[in-house]
Design a protein around this ligand. Structure first.
Ligand SMILES: *Cc1c(COP(=O)(O)O)cnc(C)c1O
Length: 248
């Protein structure tokens, strides 16, 4: 095992350990939680090393960068690639063709495009609905910061539920960046409550997944019910500072 792999492995195992501890603390089965290792803006060697270190799910933010990695590394058995960043409508086909799960579905229009492309590719794309529970302008997702307006989300969600080639599996959220992991707790709790509301109003859907928690706060996210945590820097280190253009 080379140095890069063993250094990533140590941090990967530590993260699994933190997840298990947090799960037990809230009386959950640690096996309910899956760890997505976020390799966005990391070179191919880092993604390869993460796989050798044991990562089974890799998360990418930019469709083209992700597809390049999938085409180089994607034939390794048991490895899944998830798209976790905002998808521009003209990148929808790349996502529909190549990714195992889209965490960040953030509009009805994108859902309809993905549905069309997934249909053409003869597949069903599993997706999570992204909700913005912090109400920040800069964040994607349906605005769900005000609980009294949650019912207004139902028409879009039920339209998406009826699309044959995208399949809702749950919710995703990216709360405001706090100074401390505990700052995120109330937002994670809101996401879990929103899931309960949707499951109650639209019981035909599959609401099992909650994708929430990053390097800073994934343990708190697990305590609040996360089934997928998205951890980058705490496992694979700092990303390159290369700026992505809005087109990416
Ligand atoms: C970059 C990113 C992450 C990982 O963030 P880290 O702080 O590196 O753990 C998780 N989720 C999304 C949506 C991201 O864009």
């Amino acid at each position: 095992m080379n140095l890069l792999v063993s250094s990533i492995r140590e941090k990967y195992l530590h993260a699994l350990d933190q997840i298990a501890t947090a799960a037990r603390k809230s009386n959950r089965d640690p096996n309910e939680v899956r760890l997505v290792v976020v390799t966005k803006s990391q070179p191919l060697e880092v993604a390869q090393a993460a796989i050798e270190a044991g990562a089974r799910i890799l998360g990418e933010n930019y469709p083209e960068e992700g597809v390049t990695k999938i085409q180089s590394l994607g034939n390794q058995t048991g490895v899944e690639w998830h798209m976790i960043g905002h998808v521009q409508s003209r990148k929808a086909r790349l996502v529909a063709d190549h990714f195992a799960l889209l965490h960040s579905l953030d509009s009805l229009n994108l859902a309809q495009r993905l549905n069309r492309f997934a249909g053409e590719a003869n597949r069903i794309l599993p997706i999570l609905l992204e909700f913005n529970v912090g109400g920040e302008e800069s964040k994607g997702g349906w605005d769900a910061s005000d609980e009294s307006t949650w019912d207004s989300l139902l028409p879009d969600v039920s339209t998406i539920l009826d699309l044959p080639h995208v399949q809702i599996r749950g919710l995703m959220s990216m709360p405001p960046l706090g100074n401390d992991a505990e700052d995120s707790r109330r937002f994670f709790y809101q996401v879990r409550r929103l899931r309960e509301r949707l499951a109650d109003q639209l019981p035909g859907g599959d609401w099992r997944e909650l994708s929430m928690g990053t390097s800073l706060d994934y343990a708190v996210a697990v305590e609040e019910g996360a089934t997928l945590v998205r951890v980058g820097t705490a496992i694979v280190g700092e990303r390159s500072k290369r700026r992505h253009t809005p087109e990416e």
